[in-house]
Each structure stands twice: as structure tokens, then as C-alpha cells.
Design a protein around this ligand. Structure first.
Ligand code: ATP
Ligand code: MG
Length: 388
């Protein structure tokens, strides 16, 4: 008997001829995630089996696997030879005292001669003999014992199916640039889009000395948290101070945020060119603030030379906050340090900016020089997953 972890993957099945590419990415991502553990990996029957790991590290390994995009669920299983006595021996050890239970058998290997339904009944009898207060409930059992008899001559017996991330293997969708502020929404946007297979680099604008060193460190911590899912992030950090001072000095205050956002998009697009990144991701959510109306996003998005993905666009703040808590970025995001966008905040920002008017205001600036200047001041920090 071996203790093993059975892994199931979801949407990969839909990928037809490309499936092997997705699968090899998923396998490589699993191995990277578990690189600090000893274990054996087998791909046997449309499932993956992790075995030969140190028993005391099982919880840690499961914790890591639950952060791999593309895995659908996992089960802690006992693996035995597909032999009636061996299977019964394991089923007998599953404590059903005082509980309702059901046994389900799947028999992919017809060399195992007892049909599934019949074997399920036999195993049910084994449980009832062994646990006097156990009872059968086929519709809503407290314990469902599953027995998978597979073509590799092995049987897998398990009880729980633990839900994993789902999504698609990291890297299968390419790589994009996340506009990462210190707020709640943008880390969630990064997580959601990474779950669809996109690797991330990130861009943060700070306004030192108007914003503090702590504000910048907060963003480093957020990126580090995201790395629990995405392994590593190149974080590009750019000073926005001069841009903001210039806009403040030369343009009408109600256009401050619109113009800032447009310059952010231009800088982001140039970074995408430089580092070969295929899209820009933001944490915008429709109607959340003045800069997130349809009209605002139209004039800012127009400055991007790539698709702009906004995974939070249709989500309520509550929904975004729930995900932020789940991925443990929330407590960092609510630390009270100012973001660059809150500096020079106008009282009455335009809610429905019109392109021609924005362009007129931008005419008072040397946009090209400001963008170039931002890019010259780029710092880059390579963030990796924190050590356990
Ligand atoms: P968040 O929680 O992501 O900060 P928010 O509601 O505060 O969201 P805004 O400040 O309006 O939103 O910013 C909208 C989006 O613009 C952010 O989600 C982020 O993608 C991007 N953004 C804002 N500020 C910065 C910044 N300082 N550096 C990089 N990107 C930023
Ligand atoms: Mg913000």
C-alpha cells in the first residue's frame, strides 16, 4: 500500500490537438511548485499521481498543489494492487462508525472480474460488518468511499475530493503586464488573469516623496503574495512624481486623473514593447470611481497599444474583497499608505471625458518627454515566492 495524492485536471480536456502542450506546461508547473520536496510523479491514466513523499509534509505539499492553476481537484488516496482482498483491507480502515456512507466503484480495468455495482455492494457489506452503527445512504451520505480500479493494475481508494484552483496552466496564455497599485483590486485582477494561464510582470508607479517608502514596500509585499501562485514576477517600478507635478502645474485639475491614466497606459505600452509582453491588466471595475466609467476607460484604453484586460470589471467591491481575502492580499492592501493616484486628487474629476478635450489639455504637456523620462527612471526588482 502506498499513500498517494491523485490529481485531476479540468479544462485541458477541451484543448484538442494542443492538449499535450497544455499538459506538459501543467506538469512542469507542478514540478516547479514542489521543487523543494522529494516526491515521485507519475502520469498514469488521465490523472497524475504524486507518491513517495515524506508523510509529515503531506499538508504542505497539498497546500502547494492547491495553488497550481490548471489542477481541478485532488484526493489523498491509498494505492493498492487491484485485488479484492487488498481493496477490502483498506475499505475496512475507513471509520464509518455512527455515519451514513456510500461506496462507489469505477472499474476501468475489466481484468478485475467483479462488475462495479456488485463490488460496491460487497464493499458496503464489509463496512456494515465492521462498523455496527454505520448505515447506507445512497443519496446524501456523510462519507462517500470511492474505489477507482485503473488500467495500471492498481486500485485507488479515497474519501474526499479537495477542490483546487481550476483555470489553465500558468504560461499557456503568454505573458502580460499588470498595473499594480497598493489597493485591493489590482492584485485580485492579477490573480484572476494568471488563473487563465497568463504569466505576469508588474508595473508600479510611485510618487516619492509625496508617497512613502512604506507605500512602495507594500507593493513589493503584494507582488510577493501573488508569487505564491505565479512563482515569480518582474516588478518594474517607475517614479510618477514629475508627471504628476507637470499635469498639476499645466492642466485643468478635473483632467488630472484622466491624463495620469493615459500617461500610465502609454508607459505601460512602451514597457510591453521593451519586454515583449502581450497585454496590459488593470484592477478597474465599472463605475467604482470617476476614472472607471465607460467613457474614462475609452480615453485611457485608447493609449494602450495592446489589449487591456480588466478581470474585475463586472465585480462588486464585496466580491473583489472576498477573493483578496482568499489569496491573502487583503490585509496588505488595507495598510494605510497613500497610492500615487491619491496625490493631487481633484475635487471634481471629469466622469465622462471627451477625447478632444483631453487632447487639448495634454497639449500643454510634452508627453513624449514625460514618458521617456519615466522609462529612463525604471527600476526593476525580481520578486519570487517567499521561502516557507
Ligand atoms: P486598486 O485597488 O487596484 O488600487 P482602485 O479602485 O484604487 O483599485 P484606481 O486607483 O482608480 O483603483 O486604479 C485603477 C487601476 O489603475 C488599478 O487597479 C491599477 O491597475 C491601476 N493603478 C492605479 N494606481 C496605480 C499605480 N500607482 N501603479 C500602477 N498601477 C496603478
Ligand atoms: Mg488604487
Amino acid at each position: 500500500m502506498r499513500n498517494v495524492i491523485l490529481l485531476r485536471f479540468g479544462e485541458l480536456f477541451l484543448k484538442g490537438d494542443n492538449r499535450h502542450i497544455f499538459e506538459s506546461m501543467l506538469i512542469s508547473n507542478i514540478k516547479t511548485k514542489l521543487s523543494s520536496y522529494d516526491f515521485k510523479f507519475e502520469k498514469t491514466f488521465g490523472r497524475y499521481v504524486i507518491s513517495d513523499y515524506q508523510a509529515s509534509l503531506e499538508d504542505d505539499i497539498v497546500g502547494e498543489l492547491k495553488k497550481v492553476f490548471g489542477l481541478y481537484s485532488l484526493s489523498l488516496a491509498k494505492e493498492v494492487d487491484a485485488d479484492r482482498d487488498a481493496i477490502e483491507g483498506i475499505v475496512r480502515t475507513i471509520d464509518c462508525e455512527g455515519k451514513s456512507f456510500k461506496v462507489s466503484v469505477k472499474r476501468a480495468d475489466k481484468r478485475f472480474s467483479i462488475p462495479s455495482m456488485e463490488f460496491a455492494k460487497i464493499l458496503g457489506g464489509v463496512v456494515l460488518d465492521n462498523y455496527k452503527t454505520a448505515s447506507v445512504d445512497l443519496y446524501n451520505p456523510q462519507i462517500e468511499i470511492k474505489v477507482d480500479i485503473r488500467l495500471n493494475g492498481k486500485a485507488y481508494i479515497y474519501v474526499d475530493e479537495i477542490k483546487c484552483q481550476g483555470g489553465l496552466p500558468l504560461g499557456s496564455a503568454g505573458k502580460g503586464l499588470l498595473l499594480l497599485s497598493g489597493g485591493i483590486d489590482s492584485p485580485v485582477a492579477g490573480y484572476l488573469i494568471a488563473k487563465r494561464g497568463l504569466r505576469l510582470e508588474a508595473l508600479h508607479f510611485h510618487s516619492y516623496p509625496y508617497t512613502s517608502v512604506e507605500a512602495k514596500e507594500k507593493v513589493l509585499s503584494l507582488a510577493e503574495k501573488l508569487c505564491e501562485y505565479v512563482d515569480n514576477i518582474k516588478l518594474h517600478i517607475i517614479s510618477f512624481t514629475q508627471v504628476q507635478e507637470e499635469i498639476h502645474k499645466r492642466c485643468r485639475p478635473e483632467y488630472m486623473i484622466t491624463i495620469m491614466r493615459r500617461i500610465m497606459m502609454r508607459v505601460a505600452s512602451r514597457l510591453c514593447d521593451k519586454y515583449d509582453l502581450g497585454c496590459i491588466i488593470t484592477g478597474e471595475s465599472l463605475g467604482q470611481v470617476a476614472s472607471q466609467t465607460m467613457q474614462s476607460m475609452a480615453v485611457t484604453g485608447a493609449m494602450a497599444n495592446r489589449p487591456v484586460f480588466r478581470p474585475c470589471i463586472a465585480m462588486d467591491k464585496e466580491e473583489i474583497m472576498k477573493i483578496a481575502r482568499d489569496i491573502a492580499t487583503y490585509d496588505i492592501s488595507i495598510l494605510p499608505y497613500e497610492d500615487c493616484c491619491t496625490v493631487f486628487l481633484p475635487k471634481n474629476p471629469v466622469i465622462k471625458p471627451v477625447a478632444s478635450k483631453v487632447e487639448k489639455e495634454e497639449g500643454y504637456l510634452n508627453i513624449e518627454a514625460l514618458v521617456n523620462d519615466c522609462l529612463e527612471k525604471e527600476e526593476m526588482v525580481e520578486i519570487v515566492k517567499p521561502k516557507q
